[in-house]
Design a protein around this ligand. Structure first.
Ligand code: SAM
Ligand code: DTB
Ligand code: SF4
Length: 342
């Protein structure tokens, strides 16, 4: 892959103010302005805070797959919608997870994210995850986990073990949340985020576009994220992967340009946060990737699999990045290796 991320660097213009007082009308006006104006605004802000030709690369591993007791309507890991039991696993052994992280590092990932299909971790399970975190930190990588609901003490234990980021998505607006999930509430999610923040962990929090939500719900999600006491350090924007057996299997697909608009809105409202183009990339065209990067997305999951769903092929990502003159952000070693399943 060519490394041509030299033409323009960050600080091309004045950094935007980091605000926590966004109003609905303002967000609506930004989101619905002419597309070219929106992308210009987002890219201008992006350049003031980041090198526009760099991407942060994370690697994702499902450390416990399937049989989750929650009923999130998008999720193939809910016990209610699981097409078969073949997906169901116990927590992976610690050495296998550390080996997967080592390979991900060799392949250019700077952050290793571990996901578990739990409503919340049990004490013995958490202990094992703490050992995984310690082992991965010893490799010199950043760590992220997404384990479901946490109490105050669990958040502190994760921080003490060296965890860098906790991923806990709000997924949509408070108003639409009840249509998607009934086994926990928006308040539960906000409470975990508060524990994570209080423990001094960095927050990775975003949502999903394409669940049948309205424009108002997309704005509602962005207002929740941008009006938090601190902006999430990382904001994953997932395009729904419509998975057979889930209630959202046949939901009407989203206009790709509306998705790009949401990415741009996230960039404008949270200027200094990493905006991650997350699930759904497998079905996005190369041009769609390019538009999302122009709109301010600057992070991806790299590797053949997300948690259970397919990700964009690593060879394809290397090709797209090469053609766009983009490279992994510093610390990733400047090049991406080929991915092999751990
Ligand atoms: N159980 C934990 C939780 O709910 O926080 C962690 C794992 S959960 C799979 C992490 C996130 O993956 C969800 O919050 C959702 O945003 C995303 N996700 C799950 N299934 C998805 C799908 N089919 N399409 C897009 N995003 C999805
Ligand atoms: C996030 O926002 N997206 C990732 C990560 N955080 C854990 C997960 C996407 C899951 C897509 C469906 C699957 O692979 O099962
Ligand atoms: Fe369980 Fe998380 Fe999937 Fe919801 S999103 S069903 S909590 S794994």
């Amino acid at each position: 892959m060519t490394n041509t991320a030299t033409s323009r660097t960050s600080k091309d213009s004045t950094p935007a103010a980091i605000r926590h007082d966004w109003e609905k009308e303002e967000a609506l006006a930004i989101l619905t302005q002419p597309f070219n104006d929106l992308l210009f605004q987002a890219q201008t802000i992006h350049r003031a805070h980041f090198n526009p030709n760099e991407l942060q690369i994370s690697s994702l591993l499902s450390i416990k797959t399937g049989a989750c007791a929650e009923d999130c309507a998008y999720c193939p890991q809910s016990v209610r919608y699981q097409p078969g039991q073949e997906n169901v696993e116990k927590l992976l052994p610690v050495d296998r997870v550390i080996e997967a992280a080592r390979k991900a590092k060799e392949n250019g990932a700077t952050r290793f994210c571990m996901g578990a299909a739990w409503p919340c971790p049990k004490p013995r399970e958490l202990d094992q995850v703490l050992t995984m975190i310690q082992g991965i930190k010893a490799l010199g990588m950043e760590t992220c986990t997404t384990l479901g609901k946490l109490d105050k003490d669990q958040a502190k234990q994760l921080k003490d073990a060296g965890l860098d980021y906790y991923n806990h998505n709000l997924d949509t607006s408070p108003e639409f949340y009840g249509e998607i999930i009934t086994t926990h509430t928006y308040e539960d999610r906000l409470e975990t985020l508060e524990h994570v923040r209080d423990a001094g962990l960095k927050i990775c929090c975003g949502g999903i576009v394409g669940m049948g939500e309205q424009q108002n719900d997309r704005i509602g999600l962005m207002l929740q994220l941008a009006n938090m006491p601190q902006h999430p350090d990382s904001v994953p924007i997932n395009l729904l992967v419509q998975i057979k057996g889930t209630p959202l299997e046949n939901v009407e697909s989203t206009d790709p340009l509306e998705f790009v608009r949401v990415v741009a809105l996230a960039r404008i409202m949270m200027p200094a946060s990493y905006v991650r183009l997350s699930a759904g990339r497998e079905n996005m065209s190369d041009e769609m990737h390019a538009l999302c990067f122009l709109a301010g997305a600057n992070s991806i999951f790299y590797g053949e699999k997300l948690l259970t769903a397919k990700n964009a092929e690593a060879t394809r990502d290397r090709d797209i990045m090469g053609r766009l003159g983009m490279s992994p952000s510093k610390g990733a070693g400047g090049s991406l290796g080929s991915i092999t399943t751990p």
